[in-house]
Design a protein around this ligand. Sequence first.
Ligand code: G3H
Ligand code: 13P
Ligand code: ZN
Length: 311
Amino acid sequence: MPLVTTTEMFKKAYEGGYAVGAFNVNNMEIVQGITEAAGELRSPLILQVSAGARKYANHNYLMKLVEAAILEQDIPIALHLDHGADFEICKACIDGGFTSVMIDGSHHSFEDNIALTKKVVEYAHAKGVVVEGELGQLAGIEDDVKVSAEDAKYTRPEEVEEFVSRTGVDSLAIAIGTSHGAFKFKPGQKPMLRFDILEEISRRLPGFPIVLHGASSVSQEYVKTIQANGGNLADAIGIPEEMLRQAAQGAVCKINIDSDLRLAMTAGVREVLYNNPAAFDPREYLKVGRANVKALVAHKIQNVLGSDHKA
Ligand code: G3H
Ligand code: 13P
Ligand code: ZN
């Protein structure tokens, strides 16, 4: 099946009370681990590529890896640009075969965010590509830009209707307390999401797909493995999975996961290299990383997103 947009996926997810996982891809093993899990569980899937991933792996390599995956797996897959910072990167991805782009104007003023998002929407829609916008600012690290917890801003529900109607976006990423990276809360701090803001936004935008970024749960199993094998990731804390499940049952149709994949891959690679310092065949350790990615994605699909058997 060719790459699809997220339109149909989100409609079904909204109505069915589940969410579609948007997983970041950077190399072949990550693409394979994610798509094999989704294929076996008959789950719709969003593969997303950041500016950093395009810089690391090159647009054409990533495109061809995803094209290979759609030959192997007969499930709906959308290819999405994660955190497009300007019109140019969105245009490059639209022209280069992506079916969905995010224009992240959340660091701009409300009016500038609207103007930039609208410009991307007009270009994308003319080419049959869908667009995700963002209102509110998450804490954490994206593309080497660090937003401190003090500078993070929850989405203001009173702005969402105007933003959606004036821009024409197809989905909206909001800030309700999730954040990017593996250190989302301080040790001892109780993880908390502003479900009241999510509910108010859903009330104002009935039927409209909402996106949660920064939604990794930071599995302690992988953190422990990394720690036991010479790593240093103590104090990594994520979003409790039951909170994501609750969000997925409501208006949240897309849940972004990257850090969890990184932890799964790193735990596997560390395990092999730490236990066998003589190993030097990349296949030996990448294979274990890939298996961890696959197991993680299968777990998310079945226990967090609820998207299994919805393809
Ligand atoms: O939101 C950030 C994603 O985890 C992508 O991270 O920019 O390091 O590829 P990256
Ligand atoms: P995590 O860092 O929580 O995995 O978030 C990823 C993300 O939001 C990508 O856009
Ligand atoms: Zn993000």
